[in-house]
Design a protein around this ligand. Structure first.
Ligand code: SAH
Length: 360
C-alpha cells in the first residue's frame, strides 16, 4: 500500500544509519562518525550534549539532523507505570507512543502510521482513517525517546502495537526493526510485530533473517464474524491467514500469539472459543485476552471480568494457553489511538492532568 500523496519529507535524525552519518561527515576524520553514532544511538544524547564533538560541528549537525518528534502532550498514569506521549510530526500530524514499566524492565509500544487504513470499527485509530506512513527515523526515534525516559530501567521490548498497521508500511517498519536490533541492541524475539493479518507482509517476514515475534490481531475465529470486526478478513480469510502464520512459525521458530479484544456479547461466546482453540492447536498459538477499551466511535463495551475469566477457562479446558492482559493506562487514554482522538476533540490543546476513563 502506498500513501495517497507522496511528498518528499526532509530526512530526520534517526533516518540516518551509520553509513548515512558517514556520508554526512565525509570531510571529517572517521572517528567523528563513531562519536556521533555513539552519542545518538548508544547514549541517546542531544546533539549539543555530545561532548566528544567540537562545538561548531554540533551546531552544524543540529541543522542537518532535526528531531522528528516534538512533544505535544505527555501523560503519566497514576502510580507512574504507564507513560504516554502524543508527538507532533514535522508536517503537523501527530502519533502516539506508550511506555510500560514492569519490575526491572520496560516495553515501548510504537506507532507505524499516522492513522490506519484497516478500518477495524472498534479501534480508535481505525475510526480516523489513513493519513500517511511513518518513516524509519520517526519509528526509531519513538524507541530512543522511550528508552531515555525509561532510565534507569532497561528498555527490553518493542511492540508494534501503536497506531497504524505495520505490515502495510513494510519497508520503513523493517528498516526500523533492523535499526532497533543492530544499533540499539535488542534481540529479535524482544521485538513484536502486531498485524491485523496482512498476509503478504507475514510471508515477507518469513524470508527475513531476523526472527521477530509475531502477534496476529484475530478477534474472531469464524470468517462471518471476522469480516465484520476486521474488514481485511474479506481479502485474507482465516484459512489463508493461518497458512501464512504456519509458514512464519516454521521459518522463524517463534511461537505465534493471537490478540483478542473481548467485546461484550460479540466475540466472547462459547462458539468463538471453540473455533479459536482449534486454530490455536493447529498453530500452537497462545492467546492474549484483553477486554475491549471503549472508543468514541464504537457503541459496544468490553466483556465484564467474569465473562473474560469464563472465556479464558473455555480456552484452557480445550488445551489452549490464554493470558488475560490488564488494561493499562486507561486513565490516560492509553488504548490505541485514544489520546490523539481525545486531543483532537479538545481542539488539540494540551491537557496536563490525566482524566479518568471508565473501562466499562
Ligand atoms: N494494526 C496492528 C497494530 C495496532 S493495534 C494490529 O491490528 O495488530 C494493537 C492492538 O490493539 C491490536 O490487537 C488491536 O486489535 C488492539 N485494539 C485496537 N483497538 C482496541 C480497543 N478499543 N480495545 C482493545 N484493543 C484494541
Amino acid at each position: 500500500m502506498t500513501a495517497p500523496t507522496r511528498r518528499k519529507r526532509p530526512e530526520t535524525r534517526y533516518d540516518h544509519d551509520r553509513d548515512a552519518l558517514g556520508a554526512l561527515l565525509d570531510q571529517h576524520p572517521t572517528y567523528r562518525v563513531d562519536q556521533l553514532w555513539q552519542g545518538l544511538y548508544a547514549e541517546g544524547l542531544e546533539l549539543e550534549d555530545i561532548s566528544t564533538l567540537p562545538k561548531a560541528l554540533r551546531a552544524d549537525l543540529g541543522e542537518l539532523l532535526p528531531r522528528a518528534l516534538h512533544e505535544r502532550t505527555q501523560r503519566i498514569s497514576e502510580g507512574g507505570e504507564t507513560h504516554k506521549w502524543l508527538w507532533g510530526l514535522a508536517d503537523g500530524d501527530a502519533v502516539e507512543t506508550v511506555l510500560m514499566h514492569y519490575p526491572g524492565r520496560s516495553t515501548v509500544c510504537v506507532s507505524s502510521q499516522a492513522g490506519c487504513a484497516m478500518a477495524c470499527g472498534f479501534c480508535a485509530t481505525g475510526q480516523e482513517g489513513f493519513r500517511r506512513h511513518l518513516t524509519t527515523g520517526e519509528i526509531v526515534e519513538q524507541v530512543i525517546r522511550a528508552r531515555e525516559a525509561a532510565k534507569p530501567r532497561r528498555l527490553s521490548n518493542v511492540v508494534f502495537m501503536g497506531m497504524g498497521e505495520p505490515l502495510a508500511n513494510y519497508d520503513a517498519v523493517w528498516g526500523a526493526v533492523r535499526r532497533i536490533h543492530g544499533d540499539l541492541g535488542l534481540s529479535a524475539r524482544h521485538i513484536t510485530m502486531s498485524t491485523v493479518g496482512v498476509v503478504p507482509g507475514i510471508r515477507r517476514m518469513a524470508e527475513e533473517s531476523l526472527p521477530v515475534s509475531l502477534a496476529v490481531s484475530l478477534h474472531a475465529s469464524t470468517d462471518e464474524l471476522r469480516n465484520e470486526l476486521v474488514p481485511l478478513n474479506k481479502q485474507y480469510p482465516i484459512d489463508v491467514l493461518a497458512e501464512a502464520c504456519a509458514g512464519y512459525v516454521a521459518a522463524s521458530g517463534r511461537r505465534l500469539s493471537f490478540e483478542w479484544a473481548l467485546i461484550d456479547g460479540v466475540n466472547d461466546t462459547r462458539d468463538q472459543a471453540t473455533h479459536l482453540a482449534e486454530l490455536c492447536r493447529e498453530l500452537r498459538a497462545h492467546v492474549n485476552l484483553i477486554p475491549l477499551n471503549p472508543t468514541p466511535g464504537y457503541p459496544t463495551i468490553g466483556t465484564p471480568p467474569e465473562g473474560v475469566a469464563r472465556f479464558q477457562r473455555w480456552l484452557q479446558d480445550a488445551g489452549t494457553n490464554a493470558t488475560i492482559r490488564r488494561n493499562r493506562g486507561t486513565d490516560i487514554d492509553a488504548a490505541c489511538g485514544q489520546l490523539r482522538a481525545s486531543q483532537m476533540k479538545d481542539g488539540g490543546q494540551s491537557v496536563a492532568a490525566p482524566r479518568r476513563r471508565s473501562t466499562r
